[in-house]
Write a protein that binds this ligand. Sequence first.
Ligand SMILES: N[C@@H](CCC(=O)N[C@@H](CS)C(=O)NCC(=O)O)C(=O)O
Length: 227
Amino acid sequence: MPKDKTMLKLHHLPISFNSRRVWIALLEKGLDFESIPMKLDGDQLTPEFLALNPFHHIPVLVDENFSIFESLAILDYLEAKYPTPSLIPSDPQGLGTVKMINLVTINELLPATRPLIRQSMGFATIETAEKKQAEEKSAIVLNFLENLIGDRPYIVGDTLSLGDIVAGTMVGFLQNIDVSLTSYPKLSTWIEHLSQRESWQQTEPQPEQIAEFRETIKQFMAQRSSK
Ligand SMILES: N[C@@H](CCC(=O)N[C@@H](CS)C(=O)NCC(=O)O)C(=O)O
């Protein structure tokens, strides 16, 4: 497969962990792509974007005349179309574990931390009881991941996989919403190790970008509620 992939376009919000997993996969695979950054200030509601994703969510990947959304589906697409370097193990247990980790991230870690994310990003204020519940649920997932990763550098085997990318970007994001990893030394070491990668460094959300997004959302929500 030739590596001229300038036809790939990624519509994304650079600070979003939902987009970042796709962005990192593109970089790790050495694929050339056009970055189309969005603000989510209403730009996701334009007819052009709704034609790409009627649910107005980033990320969206466009590969010539094919367009796809849902980050995990995009990762599967990239893996099938651009298999080298591979980001999924070929043995059944490794493959199953990576898929499990990806689903645990989306179906367990994200819902558990969502109230904390919403509060931190300025979407909502949450009550003390809801905060406590979110922290308790998050701790169950983080403990699971802590035990799974153990002393290995990567979540499965000796090389980076989609499990590291999907879970690692979400776990790494928690520091931005004041969820501490100090009780999870193995996870902290793993995140530290992933952070050394060029793909991680190139895509790390910066505090000023997060602050800017909080402001954008505040204005967008104020505009919507005044309509
Ligand atoms: N399940 C989707 C979730 C994508 C998602 O929630 N994207 C958010 C940003 S992180 C979004 O685009 N929100 C804008 C909106 O809902 O209008 C995926 O994994 O791609």
